[in-house]
Design a protein around this ligand. Structure first.
Ligand code: BEZ
Length: 210
């Protein structure tokens, strides 16, 4: 069974570049992006980990902790991290899980045998402080992820966890947002005064400031 949106993120204890990770304890009150990469010392993965290291201040602003994973041993992670710093201009500033025994990869369904039987695909799990899975994404080994898009999704997830709102296609922070169908017009008048009705089922309002 794959891990699905709404599930409690499977808990685990596994080695990482920052010591053993007791996953649920490590999450604490933060949001988390858990992402797998296929293999250490490979080109696309090198650029991805550099990209996440550079975006760390943006994750911090949103109270999101990044954590990477591959089914490589800790010694490989250590040696490879020097290459990441040298070639990407950013040192690793978040833990990388060394999942050599595939414990976490199997728990989360990160190995897709018909794609490759030995490496993880590029999985992404965004997990909330309630330990529930909020988003899953799967990319093949050949395509590096767009971490700006992942930040954008996190902005939407955090906004819609606080308000009875949804975000439209291609939404960016600051754009108008959608009032969810569960909100009656009477309630919408109170919570979102001045909202627009484009169709009875399509009502928009400006993004709340907090
Ligand atoms: C890469 O990160 O470049 C990569 C890893 C595994 C297969 C293909 C590409």
């Amino acid at each position: 069974m794959s891990v699905q949106i709404g599930d409690t993120a499977p808990d685990f204890v596994q080695e990482s570049t920052e010591g053993p990770i007791h996953f649920h304890d490590w999450i604490g009150d933060s949001w988390v992006i858990l992402f797998s990469h296929p293999k250490d010392f490979t080109p696309v993965c090198t650029t991805e980990l550099g990209a996440v290291a550079k975006l760390k201040p943006e994750f911090d602003k949103r109270n999101v902790k990044p954590i990477g994973l591959s089914v490589d041993p800790l010694t490989h992670h250590g040696d490879w991290s020097k290459d990441i710093e040298e070639t990407q201009g950013a040192a690793l500033n978040f833990p990388l899980i060394a999942d050599a025994d595939r414990k976490v990869a199997d728990l989360y369904g990160m190995i897709h045998p018909n794609a490759d039987n030995t490496m993880t695909v590029r999985s992404v799990f965004v997990i909330g402080p309630d330990k529930k899975v909020k988003l899953t994404l799967t990319y093949p080994a050949s395509t590096g992820r767009n971490f700006q898009e992942i930040l954008r999704v996190i902005d939407s997830l955090q906004l819609t966890s606080k308000h009875k709102l949804a975000t439209p296609a291609d939404w960016k922070p600051g754009d108008d947002v959608i009032i969810t169908p569960a909100v009656s017009n009477e309630e919408a008048d109170k919570i979102f005064p001045g909202y627009k009705t484009i169709k009875p089922y399509l009502r928009t309002t400006s993004q709340p400031s907090s």
